[in-house]
Structures are given as structure tokens and as C-alpha cells.
Ligand binder design. Structure first.
Ligand SMILES: Nc1ncnc2c1ncn2[C@@H]1O[C@H](COP(=O)(O)OP(=O)(O)OP(=O)(O)O)[C@@H](O)[C@H]1O
Ligand SMILES: [Mg+2]
Length: 510
């Protein structure tokens, strides 16, 4: 449907310069009432920066912003909110140890005779939640609900405060299919009520499912604005990356076949009866040298938990791990690193980056731990490592001395990947390695995984993207309800068979 509503937001000639980086140059962006508008571009293209100048996180170096025809210059997110522009980020920025109602009314609690009117606050919260179709108890702690629900609560709060513009910066990254559906239902409802919604995501399917128009940025410049229905996926990707790429280009040809597959016999690691009560049922697992083993399953099926047990982040209360011939009584991360293992976690903010350190410093952390703290890595070697992986992973940065917190989300993730590659691991565990990574680089990383495996590295790959498992894996283990329920090899690894196995009724563990 073509929406001809009037613009609620007009950003014109927007320029933002950071030391060494022109993050935005002369960008125009128009948002209409009653539309969902995708903001697309590769990692570092300037999407989050555009949002941050709009919401007063950063000041402008040039350009104007019109909101409902009036000039605005938000000085802070709160200021933007008061004007009518609310943002919900991927990381929910609410307080887990307050109740849902308290979170909805933070900073604006209704008062009665000088103290908080709890009754009124809880009742109003109920109404606000109902508006976004959430039937939950506002007096419960926020932390008692899933990330998806928390995100919807954040949206409910945002919507209640200001009904003009809602900005969602990669809100779906950690949601499962069902939760995404719920979120989209809400977005449609709000759109139909006349709200303008800006939606940032790296999932193309979602763009085509939910958005009316698309604005594409590349290297901080505006490439164009399009009706979603008039722009094919290939055209969109080409505009984002600035060159022709085949979105379906799978590195399948790089996979082992026939004799070469047969030769992959030697185990790198074997787990017997490994398990942890309440987390994952005891399971057996073998990982061959040079194999890419995939873990498939729904969110909460036990994929990350399996990886965390193997690397010793969580302690197993059952079973043993054997690395080569050696039996390891109790695995813990330092030991795992000594054994040649690396672990690239899913939650980079919490377990990955050290914001104040530079790219170079972040990149050598794991190698330094592996060599021991007394065995200082020379500045020269540090620089060689940083240079190598900045190039290999195409990290967009003016310099290796840039603080990592100043990189775009996707580029931060690449640094963490580089950190583990630098240890030259024999087993690399990758938990959702391409989440938040743009389509072009995603294909590159998948190719890299295959190349490393063909050179002898063992890779344990956790991914919600079936395409990614199909592209990379020699073998896939499917988990359901905290147990492995199926195993697929070679030609059997297809999206439809993985799906069937996840749903039940697929191949059984042999
Ligand atoms: N506070 C900052 N200081 C210095 N440079 C910054 C800062 N914030 C962003 N940049 C740079 O500006 C550019 C645009 O980054 P931005 O975060 O807007 O990208 P993005 O399009 O959101 O990418 P992603 O998809 O990876 O999230 C990047 O080169 C980034 O390194
Ligand atoms: Mg971003």
C-alpha cells in the first residue's frame, strides 16, 4: 500500500564528524506519519549515528531537523522524548530490579500527597500495557519477564510518553520467530494509529515483511529512498554494499566432500555424559579435527548452554571432557584457552568488549591470556595482529588506536572475532557470529569459517540462521528442550530438514 501521509519528521543536510570519521555527510531523511521506514546500510554506514543526532545523544555538525514542521534541536534523549521522539535499543535500557509499573513510570511517577501513588501507577500501567496487547502483571519485577517482553514494555513506555515517532534500532536481534511476530503485530497497530516508525535491522526478510519505505546509507552518505515494494532484494543489497553481490552465494563448494570428509576422523574433543541440572541434560558429543559442527534449535533449546559447558564458563555437574587423549577433570575458561579453545560469545556487550580499550588492546586480550600475563606481547606484534584482522575482517575504523566503544555495533563484533582468531585456536566456538553483521560481510565471515576448517581448525557454530548452518557445516546437531534430538550430515544438511528436525519428526540420533 502506498502511504501518502504527510511527513512528521524531516532531516536535511545532516552532517556528523567524529575525529577521523565523517559518520554522516549531508544526509536527508524523511519519515511520514503512519509508516514503518527501514534504515539500511552496512556496518558503520551511519544508521545509529543518524538516530543519535535525532535523539540528542550527539550534537549536529550541520543540517536541520523539522518535527511536525517545526525546527528542533534535541539536547538529550529525554529532551527528544518530551518533543515526541522515543527510542528503543537492542539492549533494553530499563531497570531489571524494579517492577514493570515502576519502569513504565520512571521519572514521572504519579504522586498523592507527596508520595508515590502505587495504586494509580499500577492501574495506569495495566492500561498502557493493554494498549500494546501485553497481558502481564505490572507489579512483578521486570527481570521476571523474557527479553522480548521487556522490549515490548520498553515500547509501551515509549509509546505512552510520546506518540509521534518511535525508533527501533535492531530490536529483533535477540528475539525468536514468535516474538518477532508479536513485535510486528504491535508495530502494525501503532503504524495504523498514525505513528511514524524507524526500523533498523540486518534481516532482509523482516524489511520486506514490515516496512513501507527504505532509506539506504553507505559510508555516511545517502544513497536513496525507496518504496519497499518497488525495490528488489538484490537491488537493495547492491545499493547497500555498492557492488554486485550474490546474496545466496553459499560457500558450500568449500565444504569437504567424499574422501576428504572420510579423513576427518581424529577427534579434537569428546564429551561424555556432560550435563548440568536445570540447564542441559547429559549428552555425548564428538568434534573432529577440521570439522564445522553446527548446533541448531530454537532459542532456549540449550545451544549456548552446551557451548558454555564445553568451554567451562558454566561448571558441569556430570560427565567428562577429553581433549585429544587427555581427560580434563574440571573445565574452566583459562584451561580451555590453554587447550587451544576459543569462545566468541553471543552477548558481546556483557562478555566481550572492553569499551575504554582500543581496538588493538581488545584484540590481543585472549592471546595475552593464553601466553600468560608475564609473557608480554610486544607492541610491534600487537600492531601486526591488529592490522592483520582489521584487514581480514574489513573493520571500518580510522585507526587501531580507536576506542572500541566508538565503533559501530557490527564492527565491534568483528573485533571480538579477531581477538579469538589471533589465538590461532584449534577449536573455535562461535555463538551467533554474524548477528548484527551486514549481508556482504556475513558471506565473507562464512567463507572464512570454511577456510579455517579446511586448514584444520575445528569450529562449533551456533546459529539461528539456517542458511548459515547449511553454508558452513559438515555436521549439524539439533537440540530441543535441552537435549540433542537429531544429527544431520553432508547432503542431509538443508534448511527444510533442519526445520523438520527442530519441529519434530526429522532424522533421529543414530
Ligand atoms: N562516538 C563515536 N566516536 C567516534 N566514531 C564514532 C562514534 N560513533 C560512531 N562512530 C563512527 O561512525 C561511523 C558510523 O557508525 P554507526 O554506529 O552509525 O554505524 P551503523 O550504521 O549503526 O553500523 P552497525 O550496523 O554496525 O550498527 C563508524 O565508522 C563509527 O566507527
Ligand atoms: Mg548501529
Amino acid at each position: 500500500m502506498l502511504r501518502q501521509e504527510k511527513p512528521i519528521l524531516c532531516m536535511e543536510g545532516i552532517t556528523k564528524i567524529f575525529p577521523g570519521v565523517k559518520a554522516l555527510s549531508d544526509v536527508n531523511f524523511t519519515l511520514r506519519q503512519g509508516e514503518v521506514h527501514a534504515l539500511m546500510g552496512e556496518n558503520g554506514a551511519g544508521k545509529s549515528t543518524l538516530i543519535k543526532v535525532l535523539t540528542g545523544v550527539h550534537n549536529l555538525d550541520g543540517g536541520t531537523i523539522l518535527f511536525n514542521g517545526k525546527n528542533i534541536e534535541p539536547k538529550s534523549p529525554l529532551d527528544a522524548q518530551n518533543i515526541g521522539i522515543s527510542t528503543v535499543y537492542q539492549e533494553v535500557n530499563l531497570c531489571p530490579n524494579l517492577t514493570v509499573a515502576e519502569n513504565i513510570f520512571i521519572g514521572r511517577q504519579p504522586k498523592k500527597r507527596g508520595s508515590i501513588d502505587w495504586k494509580l501507577m499500577n492501574r495506569k500501567s495495566q492500561e498502557i500495557l493493554q494498549r500494546v496487547n501485553l497481558d502481564i502483571d505490572p507489579t512483578k519485577l521486570l527481570s521476571s519477564y523474557s527479553v522480548a517482553i521487556q522490549q515490548m514494555i520498553a515500547i509501551a513506555r515509549a509509546v505512552d510518553i510520546s506518540a509521534g515517532v518511535l525508533i527501533l534500532d535492531e530490536p529483533t536481534a535477540s528475539l525468536d520467530d514468535n516474538e518477532v511476530k508479536q513485535l510486528f503485530k504491535l508495530m502494525r497497530k501503532l503504524r495504523d494509529e498514525g505513528m511514524g516508525i524507524v526500523f533498523v535491522t540486518h534481516f532482509l526478510d523482516q524489511v520486506y515483511e514490515i516496512t513501507d519505505r527504505i532509506t539506504v546509507l553507505r559510508n555516511g552518505k545517502l544513497i536513496g529512498e525507496y518504496e519497499t515494494s518497488e525495490l528488489s532484494r538484490i537491488e537493495l543489497v547492491t545499493k547497500m554494499v555498492g557492488r554486485e553481490i550474490d546474496e545466496k552465494e553459499h560457500s558450500k563448494q568449500n565444504k569437504r566432500v567424499g574422501a576428504s570428509l572420510q579423513r576427518m576422523e581424529e577427534n579434537f574433543l569428546k564429551a561424555v555424559g556432560l550435563g548440568k541440572k536445570g540447564t542441559i541434560e547429559p549428552f555425548d558429543l564428538e568434534m573432529k579435527k577440521g570439522e564445522v559442527l553446527g548446533l541448531a534449535g530454537l532459542l532456549g533449546s540449550g545451544r549456548s548452554e552446551t557451548a558454555r559447558l564445553i568451554f567451562g564458563i558454566d561448571k558441569a555437574d556430570d560427565g567428562v571432557i577429553q581433549v585429544g587423549e587427555k581427560e580434563i577433570a574440571a573445565m574452566y575458561p583459562k584451561k580451555a584457552i590453554e587447550q587451544g579453545m576459543g569462545f566468541c560469545p553471543e552477548d558481546r556487550k556483557k562478555e566481550g568488549i572492553v569499551g575504554e580499550l582500543t581496538i588493538r588492546e581488545n584484540m590481543i586480550l585472549a592471546l595475552q591470556a593464553k601466553r600468560g600475563m608475564l609473557n608480554y606481547i610486544s607492541r610491534k606484534e600487537q600492531e601486526e595482529i591488529a592490522n592483520k584482522y582489521i584487514k581480514m575482517l574489513q573493520i571500518a575504523t580510522p585507526s587501531m588506536e580507536q576506542q572500541i566503544r566508538n565503533l559501530s555495533g557490527g564492527n565491534q563484533q568483528k573485533v571480538i572475532l579477531g581477538r579469538w582468531l589471533a589465538t590461532n585456536p584449534k577449536l573455535l566456538i562461535l555463538d551467533e557470529p554474524t548477528r548484527g553483521i551486514d549481508v556482504g560481510t556475513r558471506t565473507e565471515i562464512q567463507k572464512l569459517i570454511r577456510t579455517l576448517a579446511n586448514e584444520g581448525m575445528t569450529v562449533l557454530l551456533i546459529s539461528s540462521e539456517l542458511e548459515e548452518l547449511v553454508a558452513c557445516c559438515d555436521r549439524v546437531i539439533v537440540l530441543r528442550d535441552r537435549s540433542p534430538i537429531g544429527q544431520l550430515c553432508g547432503e542431509d544438511i538443508s534448511e527444510s530438514i533442519i526445520m523438520k528436525t527442530i519441529a519434530g519428526g526429522g532424522k533421529n540420533v543414530s
